[in-house]
Design a protein around this ligand. Structure first.
Ligand code: JD8
Length: 260
């Protein structure tokens, strides 16, 4: 996969030189290029912003500078991703979808954002354009969101994560549950012991224990994910655990028993 990032703060993306993504780049599994938007300015002050039409505080990023830059970087098949607090909220499903693309281009805005005509222009030109938010809080620009999305997508690429098995049981993975708690040596730490069953070597009991903890955590922290669970993927032990947690199977879906 090729990924281009256009930003006025290229150094912000230096973190992508590190760890798994850094190794994926060295191994040629990910062709990541970071560009300075100012390289596409034409005035001696390398201006990328101007005052907002209609008035208001702050500055807006110019469409002409972005257009020249993106025309250069998008190439034939680039999928334009614009991080913005007004975008659709980015999830693991988006990461999985973007991981199927050959070429992603992230446009990192600053100031009050990028002139809205840029996204409209590339959509009208038949490009795939995704305006995505990483969550309901306000950042100062698109760079941090781009770091999040490049890591979430990059680790799904074949060969990037050492053991693809580990991708299966993750939070927000196919199971639709949060992860179970994990433990390692020492078996006793500061008088804190680990659950006995994990030392039993009894794989079926360990799997059941982990599933129950994942159901408990999800019911406590993300009841919206319980409500979205596919009932077909539940066995009788799951249904019993969910009933214990106040959930019932109703008309092929899960509902809070209390609400019935
Ligand atoms: C891109 C400029 C700053 C935002 C005035 C503060 C994503 N989840 C998210 N929160 N914030 C962003 C984000 C913020 C950005 C830009 C993304 C470009 N800003 C602006 C509007 C209010 N300032 C984001 N993804």
């Amino acid at each position: 996969m090729r990924v281009d990032v256009v930003t006025v703060f290229p150094d912000y993306l230096a973190a992508l030189d590190l760890s798994l993504i850094g190794k994926a780049r060295q191994a040629g599994l990910l062709d990541l290029r970071v560009h300075d938007l100012r390289d596409w300015t034409t005035d001696r002050h390398r201006t990328v912003d101007d005052t907002p039409f209609g008035g208001g505080a702050g500055m807006v990023m110019r469409p002409d500078v972005w257009g020249t830059a993106l025309d250069d970087v998008l190439g034939e098949d680039g999928h334009l991703v614009i991080p913005t607090p007004s975008g659709e909220v980015f999830t693991q499903r988006h990461a999985e979808a973007l991981a199927t693309e050959q070429h992603l281009v992230f446009a990192c805005g600053r100031y009050e954002g990028i002139d809205a005509r840029v996204a409209e222009h590339y959509r009208a030109a038949g490009r795939r354009v995704s305006e995505l938010s990483i969550g309901d809080y306000v950042l100062n620009g698109g760079e941090v969101a781009t770091l999040v999305m490049v890591e979430a997508v990059g680790r799904l690429l074949p060969g990037v994560v050492g053991n693809p098995e580990s991708l299966v049981e993750e939070s927000h993975g196919a199971a639709g549950l949060l992860e179970y708690p994990v433990y390692t040596k020492p078996p006793v730490w500061d008088e804190h012991e680990i659950p006995e069953v994990l030392l039993s070597g009894h794989h079926a009991k360990i799997a059941r224990w982990r599933r129950d903890r994942a159901l408990e955590r999800t019911a406590a922290r993300r009841p919206d994910m319980i409500a979205a669970l596919d009932v077909a993927g539940l066995d009788k032990h799951d249904v019993a655990k969910l009933a214990e947690l106040g959930w019932a199977v109703v008309d092929g879906g899960l509902a809070r028993a209390a609400a019935l």
